[in-house]
Design a protein around this ligand. Structure first.
Ligand code: ADP
Ligand code: MN
Ligand code: MN
Ligand code: MN
Length: 339
């Protein structure tokens, strides 16, 4: 038997953006615990905006398990929050979303490293040189001295956890970076995105750096890019059958439900979806081949393969909840009959 450190992680009840919370319990197992080995647990919901003080108990239900390479015998346990009677808590979007193992998602999470109230690498007064050299840049003047160390360490933590971290790049603004997470099924992929966010936040503690997930942390009046979380998606039908006619019907449905999509694509998105900085305006819908100013970008490969493959919805922002984003995309897809 060995003692395992179980970190139970959940989303709190803050709106419009939930925060990650976590607490540890130590338990003995003969080998690395599976989901079935992990007990329900509880927490004080009155401290997380999930319950009134007089009746404060909320339940943590383990739903995904990951090895935690930062700790000896460490286990990361993604949890859903339940009410005391076992029903899903109102803050628990995961419990109610549409899922489909044939639906694959790739989220491109952008964010800013943040220190002393400004992006990492910004001078105390004023601004660094304008955007241009930072995107995919190299060298101290472009990326500073610690950002790359952090993103590399984050990559290792994610891979060790079994998360499908698929890549890294320095982004357009100074101090801004991106990582990509791929997963099959909306729950699986979204669990991995939340866990990758958790690992990044936790890792940054020892550097005295925070992550600013806001989609436009420098405001909308300056010429600094915002942060998105492009959602690349495909279904079995899109990958294997597709076709121009189906694709055009699908885009019609995305246009019809533009309001429903924007509602779950992250707060303050009007600040980011302006039609500038590689975005489409928030009230418009468009799609285009290789068009980074469209709502949905259609990769060249999609058209070349006879309208088969994946599409990129560029509208979700960096603070969006991947559970709700993936579910909304599947709901719109489900509204379109397949041949
Ligand atoms: P870009 O920055 O050019 O928009 P990235 O390389 O950052 O593109 O992200 C592309 C994303 O698309 C990756 O997360 C990848 O996992 C995802 N992806 C690739 N193929 C598929 C597919 N068939 N279904 C869903 N997502 C996919
Ligand atoms: Mn990208
Ligand atoms: Mn990007
Ligand atoms: Mn993209």
């Amino acid at each position: 038997m060995a003692k395992y450190k179980l970190e139970y992680i959940w989303l709190d009840g803050y709106t419009p953006v939930a925060n990650l919370r976590g607490k540890s319990q130590i338990k003995e197992y003969a080998s690395f615990p599976t989901l079935e080995d992990l007990p329900l647990w509880g927490f004080d919901g009155s401290s997380t905006q999930q319950a009134p003080g007089r009746s404060s108990d909320c339940v943590l239900k383990p739903v995904a398990v990951y090895p935690d390479s930062a700790r000896n015998n460490g286990v990361l346990v993604m949890c859903e929050v339940l009410n005391a009677d076992g029903t899903p808590h109102v803050s628990n979007a995961r419990a109610t979303i549409i899922d489909d193992e044939g639906a694959w998602f790739g989220f491109e999470q952008e964010y800013f490293f943040w220190q002393d109230g400004r992006p990492l690498g910004f001078p105390e007064d004023g601004y660094p040189a304008p955007q241009g050299p930072y995107y995919t840049g190299v060298g101290y003047k472009n990326v500073g001295s610690v950002a790359r160390e952090i993103v590399e360490e984050h990559l290792e933590l994610c891979l060790a956890a079994g998360i499908n971290h698929e890549g890294i790049n320095a982004e357009v603004a100074k101090g801004q970076w991106e990582f990509q997470i791929f997963g099959k099924g909306s729950k699986k992929c979204a669990d991995d995105v939340w866990m990758a966010r958790y690992l990044l936040l936790r890792l940054c503690e020892k550097y005295g750096i925070d992550i600013n997930w806001h989609c436009k942390p420098l405001g909308m009046d300056l010429d600094w890019n915002g942060s998105g979380m492009h959602a690349n998606f495909s279904t079995t039908y899109l990958r294997e059958s597709g076709g121009k006619e189906y694709f055009e019907k699908l885009m019609g449905a995305f246009e019809k439900y533009v309001g429903e999509h924007i509602a779950v694509y992250g707060p303050d998105n009007h600040m980011r979806l302006t039609g500038l900085h590689e975005t489409q305006a928030i009230d418009k819908f468009s799609y285009g081949v290789a068009d980074r100013g469209a709502s949905i970008r259609v990769p060249h490969s999609f058209v070349n393969n006879g309208y088969k493959g994946y599409l990129e919805d560029r509208r979700p922002n960096s603070q969006g909840d991947p559970y709700q984003i993936a579910s909304r995309i599947l709901k719109t897809i489900a509204s379109v009959p397949t041949a």
